[in-house]
Design a protein. Structure first.
Length: 467
């Protein structure tokens, strides 16, 4: 699905939910960095991680949900309570209409032959018998589609009457109210529970009711079944992955997590994470392979999951919602567009500055900014930009860097929290515990890694051979 299709799906999802709540702003670069719909290096995407849907329409509804996270605490809580309620009453959804029934209903609604008007008189009888005799194949196709629609309607009525869902909370309650309203339509309420058989009169009468008078209502039931499929998938993700629901606060932008771990890794190491207006910038250092980028991704994904109402992998997680989530984790140059790597970095920082200047509540993740230029410019640019970001109370920023020379500059701001990862050296071996520590790393392993890989030895051999 392309970007235009995503926006159309989001609009459709909001129409089904009856929601016009503002969405958390995610630009295409952030979607890519998060691995929202395409994973990195063969890994699963976040969508794949959550996709436990049973229907194509459910997958589209899930994609729309994940493309438009919420930016309001009330809506996030409404989704959290819905997912929790689904988890508690999971068996009530076991007979939700299947893909076979939903697809059959869609085909039935698109049948090109108009319904025969039912007036209770002889004219309807004549038209029905004539259709049955003149186009038996067309009648059989119509009857088959009608039977699938009847079964879909029946299953949605059973769901509407489920005692466990009588007082469903949050978003689930709103969806179930809409299901009940649809099922209260006379044509839906009176649709038979049992198959119609081959009677052309009964078939064409019910067809006129469901594809005529109640056509829009049947379409609404389809959309609601798809939306419920998407919600159930998220509830199953919470259950299957042992996620916990964050506490959603009002007020100043902040988040605090205890023992937070990357949800897509098999054996992740958990670390704490916390930022608020009093410590709005995290400066993260450490050698390559020690865990900086993985930590940034773990926190970014958890913040994102929290904004769609999903659980996170942590012992505790508390946050107040942002309006913008922005990342710069894997920038690239654009040779055709004449954009160098450093200019791409500058443009990304400008995107961040624009979001803050427009009054947004921004959470940003920057992985080694300004590495596309010389060390002097990188130091100057980093010092200027990071010092300014540290003074923005409406922006929480997590930054990884190898520029440990920035320590004195950044420590001058009370709003900067310095943390680092390190490698453990065991003679000729390196190991990593991926534990976050307080302070700035002074560890330099570049020359050691080159030596361990035999680079200098091979260069000496090459010089000797040439000599």
């Amino acid at each position: 699905m392309n970007e235009e299709g995503d926006h159309a799906a989001v609009a459709a999802m909001q129409a089904v939910n009856g929601s016009s709540s503002p969405a958390l702003a995610l630009d295409d670069k952030t979607v890519e960095d998060l691995g929202l719909f395409e994973g990195h290096g063969g890994a699963r995407s976040l969508f794949d991680f959550c996709d436990r849907t049973r229907t194509e329409g459910g997958r589209k509804a899930l994609r729309a949900r994940m493309r438009a996270p919420f930016a309001e605490a009330a809506q996030i809580r409404a989704t959290q309570s819905a997912l929790a309620a689904i988890g508690e009453a999971r068996e009530a959804f076991n007979d939700l209409p299947t893909e076979y029934l939903l697809k059959g209903t869609q085909r039935h609604l698109r049948n090109p032959r108009p319904p025969i008007g039912f007036d209770g008189g002889a004219l309807f009888f004549v038209r029905a018998i004539a259709f049955w005799l003149d186009d038996f194949r067309g009648f059989s196709n119509l009857a088959h589609g009608l039977e699938q629609t009847r079964r879909m309607v029946y299953r949605m009525r059973v769901l509407a009457d489920a005692p466990a869902l009588a007082r469903a909370p949050g978003e689930l309650g709103a969806l179930m109210d809409r299901v009940r309203a649809c099922c209260a339509h006379p044509a839906i309420a009176q649709a038979p529970d049992q198959p119609l058989g081959a009677s052309p009169l009964r078939v064409l009468k019910l067809d006129q009711q469901l594809r005529g008078a109640a056509r829009a209502v049947v379409g609404d039931l389809l959309d609601l079944a798809h939306e419920l499929d998407a919600l159930i998938a998220l509830a199953d993700t919470v259950r299957d992955e042992a996620l916990i629901f964050p506490t959603v606060d009002e007020g100043k932008l902040a988040f605090e997590a205890c023992a937070l771990a990357h949800p897509l890794l098999d054996s992740p190491v958990a670390n704490d994470a916390a930022l608020d207006p009093a410590r709005s910038l995290l400066f993260l250092t450490g050698p390559n392979m020690a865990g900086k980028t993985t930590y940034l991704r773990a926190v970014a994904i958890s913040v994102y999951f929290a904004h769609i109402g999903l659980g996170v992998r942590a012992e505790t997680f508390r946050f107040s919602p942002a309006t913008h989530l922005l990342t710069a984790l894997s920038l690239e140059d654009d040779l055709h567009g004449g954009v160098s790597y450093f200019r791409a970095e500058a443009l990304r920082v400008r995107d961040l500055a624009d979001a803050i200047a427009q009054g947004g509540r921004v959470i940003a993740f920057l992985d080694e900014p300004f590495k596309g230029t010389n060390v002097k410019d990188a130091l100057d640019a980093s010092a200027a930009v990071l010092s300014a970001l540290a003074e923005c109370a409406s922006c929480l920023c997590l930054v990884s860097s190898h520029l440990i020379e920035l320590e004195d500059t950044l420590r001058a701001s009370r709003n900067v929290d310095c943390r680092y990862f390190e490698a453990q050296e065991h003679g000729s071996r390196l190991s990593f515990d991926y534990r976050l520590r307080t302070g700035v790393s002074a560890q330099r392993l570049g020359m050691r890694v080159l030596a361990e890989e035999g680079v200098f030895e091979r260069l000496d051999e090459a010089r000797t051979r040439e000599a």
